[in-house]
Ligand binder design. Sequence first.
Ligand SMILES: [Fe+2]
Length: 299
Amino acid sequence: MVRKKEENSSRYSQLEEGANRAKPVLHQHAREIQPFNKIARLPNALDEVVCAKSIENLNQLLADTMTLRDMYKKHHWQVAGPTFYQLHLLFDKHHGEQDELVDTIAERIQLLGGVSLAMAADVAETTLIPRPPRGREEVPVQISRLLEAHEIILKEARAMARQASDGGDDGTNDLIVSDLIRLNELQIWFLAEHLVAVPFTSSGTGESRGTTVATRAFCGARTGRTGFQRRGHRGHREKRKIFSSILSSQWSQCPLYYSSVNSFAWRDEFHAASGVRSRTVERRAARMAPMALRPFSVS
Ligand SMILES: [Fe+2]
């Protein structure tokens, strides 16, 4: 037994000696091969001054894009409330898209002969986007912060794209316009729509639920052809009466109208009921739209 142990240990030590050349050499230090603010020229037929300007601009965009990307991850983790799931996923999707953009910008800087910013401390020193607090914030605040960051980036990006184009750096111009500007504009749309104050589950007050019940009862569900258009349907005359009253002098006082001003389906029913030229009905709807929705309860 003892002999076997000795055999094993000698076998292992032999292995260790034989692996000397495969050992990693750790803790090495040397001078940088290229300082941050120097250009290593490449044969890209671009003027050095143009390259230097593009590198400087791209590094600014890189720092701001990295900050925005990280802000998306922060909000992805810290989001709260009834829209948690959809925003949790949306923020992560945008984070992924910004992350791809970060890589594209950084590699453009390198291929122009420059050095890309990389580390968080350098990014924090360079970015123009205000630092958010460490703690969690409400969804509208999170989205507002993201929108402000997007706008800062777009503002500088448009000016930088023009500069690159004027200097003949079409590649940088194309990256800024096709990748950066378009992505930011698209993400702004997806975010900003979350800040539009529309009813969440029902239009108006609790009583307005009766409106839906009432209108469905009178006119049929809003699927396919409406009850109003169905021939021989019971209540056809009643519906005609209701729509006539809506379109008469008292129409603006009819609660049904208030529940329908924003609905295309209902607008079509108005057209069918009245025979009034659609433009007239639309003008009326536009005039009345800002008025508050009036509740209508079924007796
Ligand atoms: Fe995650």
